[in-house]
Design a protein around this ligand. Structure first.
Ligand SMILES: Nc1nc2c(c(=O)[nH]1)N[C@H]1C(S)=C(S)[C@@H](COP(=O)(O)OP(=O)(O)OC[C@H]3O[C@@H](n4cnc5c(N)ncnc54)[C@H](O)[C@@H]3O)O[C@H]1N2
Ligand code: MOO
Length: 410
C-alpha cells in the first residue's frame, strides 16, 4: 500500500504561522539596554545633527571675502582675535581682516562663513594665536563648515518603527538627543528537545544514544533573532513531557515554545502524541523540514520542528525566525535573496523545495557546504554553511552554471 504525499507549500504554512502572531505592548528602555531590540514607534530627532554650524577642521574661521584671492605668492594676512575650542559657548565677533582660531567641532562664529585649515597657512598650529598667513584660498564660501541640520533636522524621523537597533542605530539616536526608546519586548522563548536517545554533550554514548545538539542550535538561533531564552529542557519519548513543558513555559510567561523531534510518523512521537489536540501536524513541501507541527495555546506559539539537526535549523529559518521577527514588529522579516551561479552539480528531491546548507566560493558560485550532500542528519555540514541554497520543487538536478537563489546567514 502506498500513500500519495499531500504537501502544504512553505508559503501556506508560513501564512498560518504569521496569522497567529499577536503584537505585545511596547516597553521603554534606556539606549544602553536597547541593543538588539526593535523600535516600536518612529524615533524623532530632539536636536538637529549637527546641532549648530561648526568647523570640520582645526584652523581659522574667516570671512571668505578676506581670503578669496590668497595665493602662495600673495597670501592674505589676517589678525587672530579669538580662540574657540570645541565645547566653547563663545561667539566672538569677527571684523573684516581678522580670523578666529577654531578647533574641529567648535561652533562657527556668527560673523564667519568659511574655515581655513592650518595646512593652508604659513604658520600652521605652531604660530596661530597672533596672525594667520593664508597661502591657499578656500574652494568656496562655506568650505569646511558643517551646517546645522545637514544630517537630520530637529523633529525629523530618524528611524522607523520596526527598525532593528544595533550599535549604529543606537549611536544615531544618542546623537539626535534621544535617551530612551519604546521597543517591542523580547520574545520569551522555551526550547524543548525531545528524544530518549539524547544525552548531554560529552557524556559517553551507549549504543543508540546521541549527543543532544538541537537545544544549543535553536536557543542560539532564537537569541540571534532577538529572543530571550526562558527555558531549555530535554524530555523523553514516553509520558506527557511536551504538555508539561508547555505548562512550564506558560508559567514562565513564554511567548513561544520550540520543540524539536517527535513530529513525524514513528511509534514514539511525543510532541505529536502529547500535543495532538493543540497543534496541527502537516507535511510541508520542503527538504529538509517536511514534518511540521504548529499551534497556538495560552497566548503562546508552539512549533514542532523535526528532530534531524539540519531539518530543525532550516525549519527555524523558514518558520520560527519570521514569526519571532513579526512578534517584534520588525520591518523586514525575510532575509534578502540573491541569485548566483551554481559551482557544482547536485541532486534535489522531487516535489519539495530544497534548502541546502551552502557556501559561496571565491568565484562567487554556490556550492554545497560539504561533500556529504543534503542529508538532514549531517549536522557538521551546518557548521560549514554560510547560506542556504533554495532550489524550487520542480527542479530535480542543479548543474554547474545554473542560477541558484541563496539566503546568506551571516
Ligand atoms: N515513516 C516515516 N519516517 C519518517 C518520515 C516520514 O515521513 N515517514 N519523515 C522523516 C523526516 S523527513 C524527518 S525530518 C524525520 C523527523 O523526525 P522527528 O521530528 O519525529 O524526529 P525524531 O525522530 O525524534 O528525530 C529524528 C532524528 O534527529 C535526531 N534528533 C532528535 N532530536 C535531536 C536533538 N535534540 N539533538 C540532536 N539530534 C536529535 C534523532 O536522534 C533522529 O536521528 O523523520 C523521518 N522519518
Ligand atoms: O524533512 Mo526531513 O527534514 O527531509 O529530513
Amino acid at each position: 500500500m502506498s500513500h500519495a504525499a499531500t504537501y502544504r507549500t512553505v508559503e501556506e504554512q508560513l501564512e498560518r504561522v504569521l496569522a497567529a502572531v499577536r503584537a505585545r505592548p511596547a516597553v521603554t528602555l534606556p539606549l544602553a539596554e536597547a541593543d538588539g531590540s526593535t523600535l516600536a514607534e518612529d524615533a524623532r530627532a530632539v536636536n538637529a545633527v549637527p546641532a549648530f554650524d561648526n568647523s570640520a577642521m582645526d584652523g581659522f574661521a574667516v570671512r571668505f571675502a578676506d581670503v578669496a584671492a590668497a595665493t602662495e605668492s600673495t597670501p592674505a594676512i589676517l589678525r587672530v582675535t579669538a580662540d574657540v575650542p570645541a565645547g566653547s559657548p563663545e561667539d566672538p565677533p569677527l571684523a573684516p581682516g581678522c580670523a578666529v582660531r577654531i578647533m574641529t567641532g567648535a561652533a562657527l562664529p556668527t560673523d564667519a562663513d568659511t574655515i581655513v585649515p592650518f595646512e593652508d597657512t604659513e604658520g600652521g598650529l605652531a604660530d596661530s594665536l597672533a596672525q594667520a598667513v593664508v597661502r591657499r584660498a578656500p574652494a568656496a564660501v562655506g568650505a569646511h563648515v558643517r551646517r546645522a541640520g545637514a544630517d537630520a533636522a530637529a523633529g525629523a524621523v530618524v528611524l522607523q518603527a520596526g527598525a532593528l537597533l544595533g550599535p549604529r542605530q543606537l549611536s544615531a539616536l544618542a546623537s539626535v538627543g534621544v535617551a530612551e526608546v519604546a521597543v517591542a519586548p523580547r520574545p520569551r522563548v522555551a526550547i524543548v528537545s525531545t528524544g530518549s536517545e539524547l544525552v548531554a554533550p560529552g557524556e559517553p554514548l551507549s549504543r543508540g544514544q546521541i549527543p543532544e545538539s538541537n537545544g544549543l542550535l535553536l536557543a542560539g538561533l532564537a537569541a540571534e533573532a532577538g529572543a530571550e531564552i526562558v527555558l531549555r529542557e530535554v524530555v523523553g519519548d514516553s509520558g506527557d513531557g511536551p504538555a508539561a513543558a508547555v505548562a512550564g513555559a506558560a508559567a514562565l510567561r513564554a511567548d513561544v515554545v520550540v520543540f524539536s523531534g517527535g513530529v513525524s510518523a514513528g511509534a514514539y512521537e511525543p510532541v505529536r502524541q502529547s500535543l495532538g489536540g493543540t497543534m496541527e501536524f502537516v507535511s510541508v513541501a520542503m527538504q529538509p523540514g517536511k514534518p511540521q507541527g504548529f499551534g497556538a495555546a495560552a497566548g503562546m506559539l508552539l512549533f514542532g520542528l523535526p528532530g534531524n539537526p539540519v531539518s530543525a535549523a532550516v525549519s527555524f529559518e523558514v518558520f520560527v525566525r519570521p514569526a519571532l521577527l513579526r512578534l517584534q514588529g520588525r520591518i523586514r522579516i525575510h532575509r534578502p535573496v540573491r541569485t548566483l551561479p551554481a559551482g557544482a552539480d547536485w541532486r534535489t528531491p522531487a516535489g519539495r523545495r530544497q534548502y541546502l546548507p551552502a557556501v559561496v566560493d571565491a568565484d562567487g558560485r554556490v556550492v554545497p557546504a560539504t561533500r556529504g550532500g543534503s542529508g538532514s542528519h549531517l549536522s557538521v555540514a551546518l557548521a560549514a554553511a554560510t547560506a542556504y541554497a533554495i532550489v524550487p520543487a520542480e527542479i530535480a538536478q542543479v548543474r554547474i552554471g545554473d542560477p541558484v537563489d541563496i539566503v546568506e546567514l551571516e
